[in-house]
Structures are given as structure tokens and as C-alpha cells.
Design a protein around this ligand. Sequence first.
Ligand code: NAD
Ligand code: LMR
Length: 332
Amino acid sequence: MRDPITIALTGAGGQIGYAALFRIASGAMLGEDRPVRLRLLEIPQGMRAAEGAALELADCAFPTLAGVELTDDPATAFDGANVALLIGSRPRTAGMERGDLLSANGAIFGPQGRAIGECAADDVRVAVVGNPANTNALIAQQHAPDVPAERFTALTRLDHNRAVGILAAQAGAPVAEIDGVTIWGNHSATQYPDLSHATVGGRPALETVDVEWARGPYVERVARRGAEIIEVRGGSSVGSAANAAIEHVRDWLLGTARPGDPGRRTSAAIVSRGEYGVPEGLISSFPVRSEAGEWRVVEGLSVDEFSRERIDASVAELIAERDAVRELGLIR
Ligand code: NAD
Ligand code: LMR
């Protein structure tokens, strides 16, 4: 067994937290030779549920679980954390305007970002799941000026997996044969699932499925899948979201390459360095690979007029969210 890694997880008493904890503790995220020390952050209202999850974790007797600590204090939760999964956030409730939601989440992600900056390990890596994920990640990042900006990311892996699954079903192909799908922009209904460079069993996806479908109903279906799940399930996605968070962190820390597929890529919302015309500093989804613990944008992909418009529309929404939180005084 290697040395334990410290993982802070917020919203541990909530649904995604519950679905993620057992897999993380079992070694499904970072490997069965890597013990994990869990720090669970909750607000007082969520503490009993988190305590219950901790009791159940003990009852699993996972050899990879090196300890579980519960707290409602961000500084304690992030102390020495190597990975921070920021899941807990303030959901939108009836009568809440968008500004109210951004403001309520600013009050969560600002202090958590600051605590990460002050207390986390030097190699901390942060993945934000709580919505609005990209902008929450931006708020946290701006409150941790001493942490390299690229350590703050937001989850678009769920969108990526949805895009792969829906394409595979349409093409009548196994998901293992799908490659090169990209989610661009925001984790919201403006996101752009792009099949321009995707392949199905090695053949261009746009020669396998109808282009009209790929650029119309497909885009809508993937972008609105979160709403579809809410409608069908009566609540937002949980198992698939926890799975996506685990895959995001695993690929980030352990690399995207696989035996026989060294160039494997995925999608993640990471800090833009101006790639593909996305303004520097925005946390936007890109085609990415990870190597040696660093996400890198896959550069040099051609972007046609249709894709350009869709990317720009989602990036415009990210700019509007950034400007709104700036106006609220939540970031510089
Ligand atoms: P949930 O309401 O079941 O759980 C959220 C938990 O967070 C609650 O237990 C709550 O007490 C806790 N919490 C609230 N504020 C906190 C704080 N300041 N510190 C620590 N914990 C805090 O919700 P859920 O179903 O687990 O979803 C969590 C978030 O993930 C929501 O914002 C949801 O919209 C989002 N989500 C994102 C994706 C994605 O792909 N990015 C997918 C699904 C859901
Ligand atoms: C999802 O994508 O399932 C979540 O972000 C929930 C939502 O509001 O769409």
C-alpha cells in the first residue's frame, strides 16, 4: 500500500456525496493500492446524514479507507487535502432569481476557495460539481490566489458521458467504439456536444449518423439531459454525477491514456489560456487529455462555422455569469 491521499468532499450528507463516497473509499477512484483519508464537510443541517454515511463506510471495512473525519469547518476539511470535491451547493428554490443563486453560491465557494488556498496541500486539485459548476469553480479559484489557477476545474464529464452514450445508442455501436467527442463551454443548456471529430469504430461519426440529427436533436438531447433526468426521476442525476466526478478525478491524477489507447481524450471544464478563442481565465469545457497530473487542452482541431457559433454562445453565457458575480463583488 502507498501513502494515504487526503480527499475533502463537501455535501457529504447529500445524494451525490452518498453515491460517491463508497466508490472513493473502495479504491475505485485512485486504485486499490492507494488508501484514502476522507474529510467530509457539511453544514449543520446535513451533518446527521453525513454521520450516517460515515457509519456505513465503517461497516464496509474497506482496506483502502484510512480514516473518515466529519466537520462543518472548511479550514479543517481542507487541511492538507490533496483532492477537493466540491459537491455541496445551494440549489435554486422557488422564487429565486439567477442573481440570488449566484450570490448564495458565492457565499459558499468564496470561503471554501479561501480555505483551500490557506490550508490545502501544495498539490491540491479541485473539482467542482455543485451548480452553477463553472462559475462556482471560478469563484473558488479567485479566492485562492496562491494556488495555481489550473488546479480549479468544474465537471463536464457527465455531459461527456451522456454525449458518448446517446451517440452509441443512435449508431447502434458499443460505447467502447466511440472516440473524440467534445463538450464545449458551460455545464448548462448552452453547452455544445460536438461530434465534428468523433469516430464510431474508427469511422467519422458524421458519416455514421445523420448530420442533421447530430447538429439538432442530438445537441438538444445532451444539453437538456439533466432536465430530462429531473423530469423522469423526480430529482437531479445522482449515480451518473457521482460516477462522472470519480472519472474526472481518476483521469486527472492517473492520466487519460489507456493500454492500446495512448491518445484517449475526454472533456473537462478547465481554466482557459485563450485556446479556441475562449477568453483567458474563464473555466470552460474543452477537449482534454491528462498527463502527469495536468489537464491539457487538445489543440489544433478544426472548428467550422456551426461549431464556432455554438461554442461562442456557451462562452457568452460564461462571460455573463462571470460579469454577474463580479458585479455582486464575489470576484475581482
Ligand atoms: P443534495 O441537496 O442531495 O446535497 C447537497 C448537500 O450539500 C446537502 O447535504 C447540503 O447540506 C450540503 N451543503 C450545502 N451547502 C454546503 C456547504 N456550504 N458546505 C458543505 N456542504 C453543503 O444535492 P445533490 O443531488 O448531491 O447535488 C449537489 C450539487 O450537484 C447540486 O448543485 C446539483 O445541481 C449539482 N449537480 C451537478 C452535476 C454536474 O454534472 N456538474 C450533476 C448533477 C448535480
Ligand atoms: C445535471 O446535469 O444532471 C445537473 O447539473 C442537474 C441539472 O440541473 O441539470
